[in-house]
Design a protein around this ligand. Structure first.
Ligand code: GLU
Length: 406
C-alpha cells in the first residue's frame, strides 16, 4: 500500500493553489537579460525542519539562480572567517531603506549592510582568495555545505550579469575608494556575479535556511557549517534588512528572517524550527517574488510562525513534586532540556514548596534531564546553596552529571 501523502506537504499544495488563484501581479526581472527567460508559472514551496524532515509542493526541483539570497550566506562565511568586529569595519548592519542597488554608504564609507549590493560586493571581497576563481570556489563550497549538496554556477546567467553589471562595478569602485572593499574591483565583482548565479531549487533553500535555524548545523548532513553565534548574526540581519526596502513591512506582516533574490526565490527561517524555500519568478515593485511573499504570509499566519507570536507554553520542567510529611522531605522531579526559562520555573516552584511544606530535605531528581545550559546550572546551584544556608538538607540525583558545573 502506498504511504499516505504527508499532511504538511498537502498543506503546502493548498497554499500554492490559493495563492495561484489570488491576484499577486508581478514581472519577471529583465535587467539581467538571461533572467527574463524565467518561467512565470513556476511556483514551489519547500521546508526542512531542524530534525532534518523535508516537505515540498509544486515545482520544488526546478533550479534557478540564487541571486541576492547568496548574500546572507556569504556574510555568514565571512563572519566565520574574520569575526564580527573585523567585518564591521567594512560593512554595517543598518537597514538602508533604499533600493538593493542604491549608492548607500555611511560616514565611514561603509555600505549600510551586507544584503544590499554595495555591502554584498564588499562582503565577497572579504572571502579568502586572490582571484575571482579562488573566491568563487570558496563561496561555492561554503554554500554547497549549507545546502548539503554540490551547487554549480550557471555561467550563462553570470556572463549576462557581467555584461550588464556596470552599476555593480561602480558600487565596487566607490567601496574600494573608501577602503571598505579589499582586493581588486574586477575580481571581486566577477566572483559576486558568479556567486549570484549559483543554481538552487526551493528544497536547497529550505535546507540552507534550516541550517541557520539550527545554530549553523546542517540538519541533513549534521555538519556544523558556521558557529552558532554566526548563524544568529545572519538571521538578525535577515530580519532587519532581508527583503529589500520592504523589510519593515515584511517583519510586521510575516515576522520571519528572510532573504529574497531577483530570480524569484525567497528563503525564510523560523529560528530553532524550520527553513522554508519558495520560488516564483514574477517580482513585485520592490523586487520580491510576488507569489512567494503571499505564500509565506499565508504560511506564517496559518502555521503560527511569526517570531513575535505568543509562543505555546512549554511543558513544565517539573514533572512531579512529592512531599513526605513523615520524613519532611520534598522530591522535585525535573525533565527535559533546562534553559533559563526552565530553571526560573524550577527555582520559583522550589522556593514556594519549601515555604509551604515546611520540609527539611529537598531531593532534586534529575534523571530525566537531558541537558542544561550554563545559566540554568548557575541558577540551580545558587538555589541549592541558599537552601543549604537556610538549613535545608539537599540531595541531587543526577546520574549523568547534566547539572554539574562545566
Ligand atoms: N545579481 C543581482 C545583482 O547584483 C542580485 C540582485 C538581487 O537578487 O537582489 O543585481
Amino acid at each position: 500500500m502506498p504511504a499516505p501523502a504527508n499532511p504538511v506537504s498537502y498543506a503546502f499544495e493548498r497554499v500554492l493553489a490559493e495563492v495561484r488563484a489570488g491576484d499577486h501581479p508581478g514581472n519577471v526581472a529583465d535587467y539581467i537579460p538571461e533572467l527574463a527567460k524565467g518561467d512565470p508559472e513556476k511556483f514551489a514551496i519547500a521546508a526542512a525542519s531542524v530534525s532534518g524532515h523535508s516537505y515540498a509542493a509544486g515545482d520544488s526541483t526546478t533550479r534557478f539562480t540564487i541571486q541576492s539570497i547568496s548574500k546572507a550566506f556569504v556574510y555568514a562565511l565571512v563572519l566565520a572567517e574574520h569575526g564580527v568586529d573585523a567585518v564591521l569595519t567594512h560593512v554595517g548592519v543598518e537597514p538602508s531603506g533604499q533600493a538593493f542597488n542604491a549608492i548607500s554608504f555611511d560616514e565611514q564609507g561603509r555600505p549600510a549592510n551586507p544584503l544590499i549590493n554595495a555591502g554584498a560586493i564588499v562582503t565577497t571581497s572579504l572571502i579568502p582568495g586572490t582571484t575571482a576563481d579562488e573566491r568563487l570556489e570558496h563561496i561555492r563550497q561554503g554554500l554547497s555545505a549549507f545546502a548539503g549538496r554540490e551547487l554549480h554556477c550557471d555561467e550563462t546567467v553570470a556572463a549576462s550579469e557581467s555584461a550588464t553589471g556596470d552599476r555593480n562595478r561602480a558600487l565596487a569602485m566607490l567601496a574600494r575608494s573608501s577602503g571598505a572593499l579589499v582586493g581588486t574591483v574586477e575580481d571581486t565583482v566577477e566572483a559576486y556575479f558568479r556567486q549570484c548565479s549559483l543554481l538552487v531549487d526551493a528544497h536547497d533553500l529550505a535546507v540552507m535556511g534550516a541550517t541557520l535555524a539550527n545554530d549553523g548545523v546542517n540538519p541533513v548532513t549534521e555538519q556544523q557549517i558556521v558557529p552558532a553565534p554566526v548563524a544568529r548574526d545572519a538571521l538578525s540581519l535577515m530580519s532587519s534588512c532581508g527583503m529589500y526596502d520592504h523589510s519593515g513591512q515584511w517583519l510586521f506582516n510575516v515576522g520571519l528572517p528572510a532573504k529574497s533574490g531577483v530570480a524569484g526565490g525567497i528563503v525564510a527561517v523560523a529560528p530553532g524550527e524550520y527553513g522554508i524555500g519558495v520560488f516564483s519568478p514574477p517580482l513585485d515593485p520592490v523586487g520580491n517574488s510576488a507569489r512567494g511573499v503571499a505564500a509565506l504570509r499565508m504560511l506564517s499566519e496559518e502555521f503560527g510562525l511569526h517570531l513575535f507570536r505568543h509562543p505555546a507554553r512549554p511543558v513544565s520542567p517539573v514533572s512531579a513534586i512529592e512531599t513526605d510529611p513523615h520524613t519532611a522531605t520534598t522530591t522535585m522531579r525535573l525533565r527535559g532540556s533546562l534553559d533559563f526559562v526552565a530553571a526560573e520555573q524550577v527555582a520559583y516552584e522550589a522556593v514556594g514548596i519549601i515555604d509551604a511544606s515546611g520540609s527539611r530535605t529537598l531531593v532534586i531528581q534529575a534523571e530525566d534531564v537531558t541537558e542544561a545550559s550554563n545559566v540554568a546550572i548557575m541558577l540551580l546551584h545558587d538555589l541549592l546553596t541558599r537552601a543549604r544556608d537556610a538549613g535545608i538538607d539537599i540531595a541531587v540525583i543526577d546520574p549523568d552529571g547534566v547539572l554539574r558545573r562545566k
